[in-house]
Design a protein around this ligand. Structure first.
Ligand SMILES: *Cc1c(COP(=O)(O)O)cnc(C)c1O
Length: 430
């Protein structure tokens, strides 16, 4: 393990990586293998019994993926991490050991559109359900948590509205009720925000976004704080004998690593939402420069947001890095290095002008992604948040007159010039 005393810039390059013991290769090799040869029959039995930690089959563990898991745990300040094939897979994997038929989660109503759909529709097929609340209203949050609630879920910086969650206040409520707090830290990244330091139990990521940073692969991760007491009677997957693992009690056997071991031994084994080693490699390459990119993303986002805010064609800009944002005061506490580079703005010309603007940009790419070195633009209401009702769209910050930007690391002046010419085509000259 890399000592936790190292700084973030050191950890993003070194955590989890060591010269390859077989060849001395300095860069972590892509272990493109499905299976691993056992030393002998006893070794194989010990691995299958979880008495010895090692590699069996790449649906469960792979050395390249393991290096990334260790790096993610180090960057978020957790005890362990599990990588998955996408951010959405990570969300299901995070809920899987906590939930059961009839159980529910209480989630913020400001979430990525795909997450709203996953929680309001798809998880019902498992007998799970979600209640959505205004997460700033801690009384409403406390009232929504009932005897069947097994998790509270929010985003640190919400996609797309840029709202910053008061993680400490939310953690205080969920702690008092004995339920874990899961924070989606995709938009902030661990460089800008470290939810575990503010009381989060689990952190989930879409590594597809800023962590990989170049729009090449999908990936997800769950980082465990190791701090939650799974023996409080609500979480039999951890506290009771596990029938799918010959009666093993995960909490008793693995202590603070119970969630991590369960997610690998049961979650990945039986759900199979595994990250492949090639994708893990791309993501690790991205993470090596995370802090450098995030500083530039933030610097550019501030410049573009300030320019948009003073433009007469623009109704409003929701970027937590602007003093006009209701989240601005929270930025100092939760993400003092900046509020990432994802935000929305509204056009006075409404839906029509938004669509025209999107067709007129030249440097910005019209894609359903974010957190790329390239600047990206999308009209959320007609795309990522299309499955939502208009009421849900407005609550999520994706109203029909709103455009979402993910500001890249290009020259800010070029980005502003591109938006200016596109706004002129959409709404006329300033
Ligand atoms: C993209 C995204 C997800 C889903 O991640 P995938 O890798 O696309 O599955 C979840 N949460 C947030 C905040 C996202 O931006």
């Amino acid at each position: 393990m890399t000592p936790p005393t190292h700084g973030f810039d050191t950890l993003q390059i070194h955590a989890g990586a060591r010269p390859d013991p077989a060849t001395g290769a300095r860069q972590t090799p892509i272990y493109q293998t499905t299976a691993y040869v056992f030393r002998d029959a006893d070794h194989a039995a010990a691995l299958f019994n979880l008495q010895e930690v090692g590699y069996i089959y790449s649906r469960l563990t792979n050395p390249t993926v393991a290096a990334l898991q260790e790096r993610m745990a180090a960057l978020e300040g957790g005890v362990g991490a599990v990588c998955c094939s996408s951010g959405h897979a990570a969300q299901i994997m995070a809920l899987f050991p906590l939930m059961g038929p009839g159980k529910n989660i209480v989630a913020s109503n400001r979430l990525y559109g795909g997450t709203v759909t996953q929680f309001s529709q798809t998880i019902r097929r498992f007998g799970w359900s979600a209640k959505f609340v205004d997460i700033d209203d801690t009384d409403a949050l406390a009232a929504a948590i009932d005897d069947d609630t097994r998790a509270v879920f929010c985003e640190s910086i919400a996609n797309p509205g840029g709202h910053i969650a008061d993680i400490e206040a939310i953690a205080a409520v969920s702690d008092a009720k004995g339920v874990p707090l899961i924070v989606d830290n995709t938009t902030a990244t661990p460089y800008l925000c470290r939810p575990i330091e503010h009381g989060a139990t689990l952190v989930v990521h879409s590594m597809t976004k800023y962590l990989t940073g170049n729009g090449t692969v999908t990936g997800g991760a769950i980082i465990d704080s190791g701090k939650f007491d799974w023996s409080n009677g609500k979480f039999p997957s951890f506290s009771e004998p596990e029938p799918a693992y010959h009666g093993l009690k995960f909490h008793e056997t693995f202590g603070p690593l119970a969630f991590t071991f369960h997610s690998i031994a049961i979650g990945l084994r039986d759900l199979g939402m595994t990250l492949n080693p090639q994708a893990a490699h791309y993501t690790m390459m991205g993470i090596e420069t995370l802090s450098l990119r995030m500083d530039r993303h933030v610097e550019n986002a501030v410049k573009v947001a300030q320019w948009l805010e003073q433009d007469p064609r623009v109704a409003y800009v929701t970027y937590a890095g602007l003093p006009s944002s209701p989240s601005y005061a929270r930025m100092a506490k939760y993400c003092p290095k900046g509020a990432s580079s994802l935000f929305t703005f509204s056009l006075k010309g409404g839906y029509e002008d938004c669509v025209k603007l999107i067709d007129a940009v030249e440097i910005f790419s019209h894609v359903a992604n974010l957190g790329d070195t390239r600047s990206l633009i999308i009209h959320s209401a007609s795309t990522t948040h299309r499955q939502l009702t208009e009421e849900q769209q407005i609550a999520a910050g994706a109203a029909p007159d709103v455009v979402r930007l993910s500001i890249g690391t290009e020259d800010a002046d070029d980005l502003i010039a591109d938006l200016d010419q596109a706004l002129t085509k959409a709404s006329g000259p300033a």
